[in-house]
Design a protein around this ligand. Structure first.
Ligand code: GAP
Length: 514
């Protein structure tokens, strides 16, 4: 299936089965804002639980907080967001559409890459087994020329972004002949900085003084609470503070479904360390976070590290964990070595000391920080895009859509299905089994269709186990338990169900793999 088709299918699956809806859909929706439906919110909560437990429950030196979304406006001055949290904006004067200048240039670079890949593919099929791709890329004149173009654009873009050189971004758009992707127009405005923070106003203070921001990252709620948390939990360096919460960004280009939203959730952890130890901890957290993804069953080839070409104002090293989304490899999580930038800046602007006193050496210092930051919605998209599979059902002419989610993440752990909907004895017994299990797991009772249809529906929402209540159940108190992935059905006693399901869906199965 083409990438575009696979992505469209995923988006419509999310809507059809109650995972994600467009926000305010009855008013034609609000761009880049989404609501999570019944199964979506359960899956999202399970991802949160996996992250939270792996960070907070499993580390004696990491604690969690839940800071407010509104913060004192000076927070954002100190953090650099008021002055530097910008994207380069360019308008097309004909189509009246807004674009990010750097994204237009990246799209131009992707086209050059695609041309090179096409040359390679052509040569591969011409030369067969004897084809030496590395040699071909180094010697083929068209590939070499395109590689030079690509590298020149990449280096120039990185420099312009680091220097905040808007004029050069505009010059690149013109020199590369970049057009509005929808209309082909080259009629561009100048490129200018656009601040991504949403703002609002405190009710009782007029003007600039009362200006408040919706937080663009959760991290600052952690930094301003650094000393409160350290003192009240008696932590020593190194220690971490974790938080899950909403963040808001007025993104210029908001597309690709829940990949880039204006309101989203982050799961962030700031790890406070002794200055000078940042390289080791940076490597530690890179490996640890990759392991977290792999434990879920994410395929190795779908994940990769990507070092940042241009560092954010606060970082001395930064890497993304990229995931192969249906539209290509893109950032899923960031690991940043943030130095002492944030704590020092808050210390200076607030006039309050934000230092750690080391009783061992009798010295005080502003700790350095390694941050791990993952978008919950992006993690949701990565999880569901890898899980959604369309496959033939062995021994039949039928195919099925199945969400092969890790059982610990599945929204519904087991479905209780009577073999016949019109038989009071079967439906009564099925409700009895449902009532028995509902205090332990999210279960679903369903008698709304033939058993085949009921199985398909549970496959589509990723339910790992279906329990079928049949006539034998009435005789000997056993049910069949159907495994979503293997389709194998076992007959088991009702009084063993709780334990059997618990063993298979328990979150600790995932945590033990870390
Ligand atoms: N505190 C550091 C920070 O916020 P970031 O790279 O800007 O760093 C971290 O964001 C993560 O948040 C990203 O890796 C991504 O998963 C998620 N994220 C950022 N912007 C987003 C958006 N507009 N929509 C959804 N997720 C987003």
């Amino acid at each position: 299936m083409a990438q575009d088709d696979a992505f469209k299918k995923l988006v419509s699956h999310c809507k059809e089965y109650g995972f994600i809806y467009q926000s305010s859909e009855i008013y034609d929706g609000l761009s880049a804002v989404y609501d999570y439906g019944p199964y979506g919110s359960l899956l999202k909560n399970n991802i949160k639980e996996y992250w939270w437990k792996s960070m907070v429950q499993m580390h004696e030196n990491i604690v969690g907080i839940d800071a407010a979304i509104f913060m004192h406006p000076k927070t954002w001055k100190a953090s650099g967001h008021v002055d530097a949290f910008n994207d380069p904006l360019v308008d097309n004067k004909d189509s009246k559409k807004r674009f990010r200048a750097d994204v237009l240039i990246e799209d131009y670079m992707s086209k050059i890459e695609a041309k090179m890949d096409k040359e390679v593919e052509k040569a591969k099929s011409r030369f067969g087994d004897s084809f030496d791709e590395a040699m071909f890329r180094q010697t083929n004149p068209r590939v070499v020329a395109n590689m030079e173009k690509f590298t020149e654009a990449k280096n120039r873009l990185a420099k312009a972004m680091t220097d905040g050189d808007m004029a050069d971004l505009k010059a690149m758009i013109e020199e590369y002949g970049i057009t509005d992707p929808d209309t082909g127009s080259k009629n561009w405005t100048e490129v200018r900085q656009f601040n991504l923070m949403f703002n609002t106003q405190l009710g009782n203070i007029a003007g600039e003084e009362g200006k408040l921001y919706l937080r663009p990252e959760t991290a600052q709620g952690i930094f301003v609470n650094f000393l409160n948390v350290q003192k009240t939990t008696r932590q020593k360096i190194p220690f971490g503070i974790a938080q899950i919460g909403k963040a808001f960004r007025n993104e210029i280009v908001a597309r690709q479904f829940i990949f880039r939203m204006r309101e989203f959730e982050q799961m962030e952890m700031q790890y406070f360390i002794k200055p000078g130890t940042q390289k080791d901890w940076y490597e530690f957290w890179k490996e640890s976070r990759l392991k977290w993804h792999l434990a879920l069953g994410q395929l190795d080839e779908n994940l990769r590290f990507h070092d940042h070409d241009n560092l954010a104002h606060y970082a001395d090293a930064a890497v993304d964990i990229q995931f192969q989304f249906p539209f290509g490899f893109k950032e899923l999580e960031g690991i940043h070595s943030r130095t002492d930038f944030d704590l020092s800046a808050h210390q200076e602007l607030s006039g309050k000391k934000l230092q750690f006193f080391d009783p061992g050496t009798n010295e005080s210092y502003v700790p350095y920080v390694i941050e791990t930051s993952i978008g919950l919605d992006r993690m949701f998209l990565a999880t569901i895009s890898q899980a959604l599979v369309e496959e033939e059902v062995e021994g039949t002419d039928n195919s099925r859509e199945v969400l092969k989610l890790h059982p610990a993440l599945a929204p519904i752990k087991c479905a209780v299905l009577p073999l016949k909907r019109n038989d009071d004895q079967l439906t009564g017994k099925a409700r009895e089994v449902f009532n028995l299990l509902k205090t332990s797991f999210n279960c679903q009772y369903d008698d709304n269709g033939s058993i085949g249809k009921l199985y398909r529906r549970q496959d589509a929402i990723g339910t790992p186990f279906c329990l079928t209540i049949d006539f034998e159940t009435l005789e000997n108190n056993t049910v069949t338990i159907r495994d979503r992935d293997t389709l194998v059905q076992e007959r088991v006693a009702i009084d063993q169900l709780d334990q059997i399901i618990r063993d298979r869906v328990d979150m600790s199965n995932l945590l033990k793999a870390l």
